[in-house]
Design a protein around this ligand. Structure first.
Ligand code: GAL
Length: 680
């Protein structure tokens, strides 16, 4: 995030509101909106991301009158507007005139008008249309004081991110030409000597097609994913440039987070990021999931690691349905809890999705604050309560931010992209990071995700799990951080690959070996249950019996000290964990993958060494705790995600901002879906 003046959103002001779709409603539905929104304390609505057909009904003929009127009516009540570039849903005339803008999937199926996100970010024609509508909107609204910021497009890569249209093919070749200059360099990077894949010219290169007929070239896949990310970044940048030129005071955001985008690069063009939060989607997105707040906590914490300040442009209000699924409907109090959940992780603002439930279309059962009949009921009352609370309290929490002491190293551009081409059936770095994060978050540690090239100074304990690709800058940053006193835990399969995705010639963990103080002598994928005749192995570390998980490595110390040995079969006595003192800090290398049980065992050993403790000594199931701070001011957010009261002990002395109450003898009881913000 840059620090330009426009990023300063009037200090003390929390952005509170809803996603607003007046173009989908009847005039009589809209009549009371400004009053109802203002009464709820709304100061911002988001508009127009799916309204291109209304804004440019025919090519080059712009008509902003409808939105002008809505923005004006709301502005009169002190409600500002975040507009969106409407490029997630291009109008039918564009697809009919220029069918070449349509995306094509890997099976060759051309997408059609009638849904959304059907146009290709790689298409020069679509890009020109995007610039035209963005430029026209920017020019029209540049002087409108009620328009304060923008969201680019809507959830890039939400439905699918791959693109096999001709423009993508041409764009990919151009991307590769710029990157490699010489086809020999591409052949080298992709290892085309394998299976006779050598190219004589960039024009011969095609997009990677999975399973046609067998495995694709992993280097080609990796560059393709990078290209997809590059294309969407360029697409967005063209919009950002036009918006900034029209009014440099506007702030610009986007609502993530989705696959195949290197958000570190993507965010460099934005003032801050956005993330859409639908906790009750958890069982849909992660089948079998029964802890919705774990899913949303991960989304929030990931976003916060990418963009220290961020907003939630869409936050669940009611049940959510599309086609064949519908989420549960939030219980009374749960919608407000979700809003505080976002704040607990650092959000600068929350906009509920959506203001009014639509009566038609693919999301006719995606419930907003108001029901289909436009009557305010309990969700509106809760919305009003949120608005009043944020109005009263935002000046206290607004300048604080999450400041974590445990970090899980994670990044899409380096780590996650490199996993996809060859997964070995193992969880991705993101999934591994999620396991570590979730386990520690549930135990009440002050944990977050952290980009390996971010400022690591505040962390005391870092985990690097399944980080196959480690570039020299990352190895150097981690080494410097350990030397200054940090405790780093490196897990199996780290440091094995270079930026091209090729396995390094050095013995693993490659460039991490000097830091890890060990090398890997032998490794094996572990299937559970074990195949007949193969022993299950485990190691005992600090009295904890730790069972291997998914992968086993036999270590050989190189400067480090063996602190745990494998047990079982021929592995008896061989090194499993190596501890290495580096400057004032310590690095541990652990030769297996993590699961919840292992992380729980390891943290019991590591936390005292790293000098960290959970934020609360005991955390009942379903209760979340996070910390935001600024200097000496600390705010402990304690949230009860269950529909029954929960008693907490060991709470620091302080005052609950929301009730003014002080916990007695360190104890407090949270009501069902209750929230305490303890200032101490
Ligand atoms: C988001 C999207 C919205 C709406 C919402 C509910 O992913 O940005 O436009 O579709 O989900 O499905």
């Amino acid at each position: 995030m840059n620090n330009s003046p426009r990023t300063r959103l009037s200090p003390g002001q929390f952005l509170f509101g809803a996603a607003y779709y007046p173009e989908q409603d009847r005039a009589e539905d809209l009549r009371d909106d400004p009053d109802r929104l203002a009464a709820a304390g709304v100061n911002l609505v988001r508009m127009a991301e799916f309204a291109w057909d209304r804004l440019e009904p025919s090519p080059g003929e712009f008509d902003f009158s409808f939105f002008d009127e809505q923005i004006r009516r709301l502005g009169e009540r002190g409600i500002r507007t975040m507009l969106c570039t409407p490029t997630a849903a291009p109008p039918v005339w564009l697809a009919r005139r220029h069918p070449e803008i349509l995306r094509v999937d890997a099976d060759g199926r051309t997408q059609v008008h009638g849904s959304r996100q059907h146009a290709s970010h790689c298409s020069p024609v679509f890009r020109a249309a995007s610039r035209a509508i963005t430029g026209a909107m920017a020019a029209h609204y540049a002087g409108n004081p009620d328009v304060v910021g923008w969201q680019t497009d809507n959830e890039f890569h939400c439905h699918f991110s791959e693109d096999y249209c001709n423009a993508a093919r041409e764009g990919f070749r151009e991307f590769l030409t710029q990157k490699y200059r010489d086809i020999a360099a591409l052949n080298e990077a992709w290892g085309t000597a394998f299976w006779a894949q050598t190219y004589a010219a960039f024009a011969e290169v095609d997009l990677p097609y999975p399973n046609r007929p067998s495995q694709e070239n992993p280097g080609q896949r990796l560059d393709y994913v990078r290209y997809l990310s590059h294309a969407v970044i360029e697409f967005q940048r063209e919009q950002v440039v036009l918006l900034r030129a029209a009014n440099p005071r506007w702030w610009i955001t986007h609502n993530g987070i989705f696959p195949n985008i290197d958000y570190r690069a993507f965010n460099a063009d934005l003032d801050f990021m956005g993330v859409d939060i639908y906790p009750l989607l958890a069982p849909v997105v992660e089948p079998g999931s029964t802890v919705p707040e774990a899913y949303s906590a991960r989304m929030l914490a990931r976003t916060q690691s990418l963009s220290p300040r961020f907003i939630v442009p869409e936050l669940q209000s009611g049940g959510g349905a599309q086609g064949g699924f519908m989420t549960d409907t939030p219980e009374p109090g749960q919608m407000r809890l979700f809003a505080w959940h976002c704040v607990a992780h650092g959000a600068l603002g929350t906009l509920h999705f959506r203001w009014r439930t639509c009566r038609f279309g693919a999301e006719e059962y995606w419930e907003g604050v108001l029901d289909h009949d436009n009557l305010p009921r309990r969700r509106y009352e809760e919305f009003c309560r949120e608005g009043a609370e944020f109005k009263a309290q935002a000046h206290i929490f607004h300048d604080t931010r999450p400041c974590r002491d445990v970090g899980v190293l994670y990044d899409t551009g380096l780590m996650e992209f490199a996993h996809r081409p060859i997964t070995l059936g193992l969880p991705s770095p993101g999934a591994v990071a999620d396991t570590i994060f979730t386990t520690l978050w549930r135990a009440g540690y002050n944990v977050g995700y952290v980009h390996p090239l971010a400022d690591l100074a505040n962390y005391r304990l870092l985990f690097l799990g399944a980080g196959a690709v480690v570039i020299p800058e990352v190895a150097a940053a981690l080494t410097a951080w350990v030397q200054r006193g940090g405790t780093l835990v490196i897990l199996a399969r780290s440091g094995r690959k270079d930026e091209r995705g090729q396995v390094v010639t050095a013995t693993p963990p490659g460039i991490l070996a000097p830091l890890a103080g060990c090398e890997i002598e032998e490794y094996s994928r572990i299937h559970l249950p074990r195949l007949a005749g193969l022993p299950s192995t485990s190691f005992t570390w600090g009295g904890e019996e730790c069972a291997e998980h998914l992968w086993r490595e036999i270590l050989r110390p190189r400067g480090g000290r063996v602190v745990a040995q494998w047990r079982g079969g021929r592995f008896e006595g061989l090194p499993a964990v190596v501890q290495h003192q580096v400057g004032a800090g310590t690095c541990f290398y652990i030769g297996t993958y993590p699961d919840e049980r292992l992380v729980t065992q390891w943290i019991a050993l590591l936390a005292p060494m790293a000098g960290i403790r959970p934020l609360l000594p005991e955390l009942p199931e379903g209760v979340e705790v996070t910390l935001r701070r600024e200097g000496d001011r600390r705010l402990l957010f304690i949230l009860n995600h269950r529909g029954k009261p929960s008693s907490i002990r060991g709470v620091p002395e302080g005052t609950d901002l929301l009730t003014g109450r002080k916990p007695e003898h360190g104890a407090l009881t949270l009501e069902p879906y209750g929230v305490v913000v303890l200032s101490y």
